[in-house]
Design a protein around this ligand. Structure first.
Ligand code: DGL
Length: 271
């Protein structure tokens, strides 16, 4: 098959990567997407680099079996812990994570050079956002804050609850006190909490949505490599998961903003 016609492969630890799918569908509606959500092994956010890298290799091999033209690591934790190893292993494959686009956008927005980053324990402990930001502007203050309760709150649909607001205040108060002017939403789930996060951190702080920034970076990469799909037919997307929890389809609709057209259970562990 002509490479332009092939699908974009995307993987995440579970459902959160659908926030990236949503942005790609908006920006590149002609592109076909094959999505793999590792719902049997989620969460990645509390796992070691070694484990997350092993999972990321298997997920990538699975997507390659689906004959994709590029792989997007939609999960912030997997991007932080395994992107480098993936690029070394799969040398000829275009691979993009969500951290470089998010870091780049934060650098272009900050005026005071004071940037906050929120994410899972794994993402924040890795310091990868900070490293990427510092490579672009060395004289910058970057403050990371792990927000491990945000993922379960979003998955429960607790977007507008009082408890969510209190937890958000607890997490974000140190960032507000540090006078940041830009905050990176460094986790797939956080765009769903944009309302409460903006409210607590203050309207003057610019929120960077990594999912949106990644879609822009995908467009640029496909354009530069002459890999954009040219057909205007509506593309058929395919969704795979490693376990099909009862709530997956319901949650999927919340993340994607529309009903998931299909969802198949597969095993990637032996890959
Ligand atoms: N997808 C993960 C991330 O963006 C959040 C969920 C998890 O911990 O696996 O970091």
């Amino acid at each position: 098959m002509n490479d332009r016609k092939k699908a974009i492969g995307i993987f995440d630890s579970g459902i959160g990567g659908l926030t990236v799918v949503k942005e790609i569908s908006r920006l590149l509606p002609q592109e076909r997407i094959v999505y793999f959500g590792d719902t049997a092994r989620v969460p990645y956010g509390s796992k070691s680099k070694e484990t997350v890298t092993k999972f990321s290799f298997q997920n990538t091999r699975f997507l390659l079996e689906q004959k994709v033209k590029m792989v997007i690591v939609a999960c912030n934790t997997a991007s932080a812990l395994s992107l480098q190893a993936l690029r070394e292993e799969f040398k000829d494959l275009p691979i993009l994570g969500v951290i470089e686009p998010g870091a780049k956008a934060a650098v272009s927005r900050t005026k005071k050079k004071r940037i906050g980053v929120i994410g899972t324990l794994g993402t924040i402990a890795s310091g990868v956002y900070e490293k990427n930001i510092r490579e672009l502007i060395p004289e910058v203050l970057v403050i990371g804050q792990a927000c491990p309760l945000f993922v379960p709150l979003v998955e429960e649909g607790w977007i507008n609850k009082q408890a969510t607001r209190l937890i958000t205040e607890e997490y974000l108060t140190p960032l507000r006190q540090a006078g940041i002017d830009t905050l990176v939403l460094g986790c797939t789930h956080y765009p769903l909490l944009k309302g409460v996060i903006q409210n607590v951190i203050g309207e003057e702080v610019s929120l960077v949505d990594s999912a949106f920034e990644t879609a822009l970076a995908i467009k640029e990469m496909l354009t530069n490599r002459s890999l954009l799909r040219e057909s205007t037919d509506e593309p058929e997307h395919t969704f795979f998961v490693s376990d099909l929890p009862l709530k997956f389809l319901e949650m999927g609709e919340r993340f994607l903003g529309r009903v998931l057209p299909n969802c198949l259970k597969v095993t990637v562990e032996g890959l």
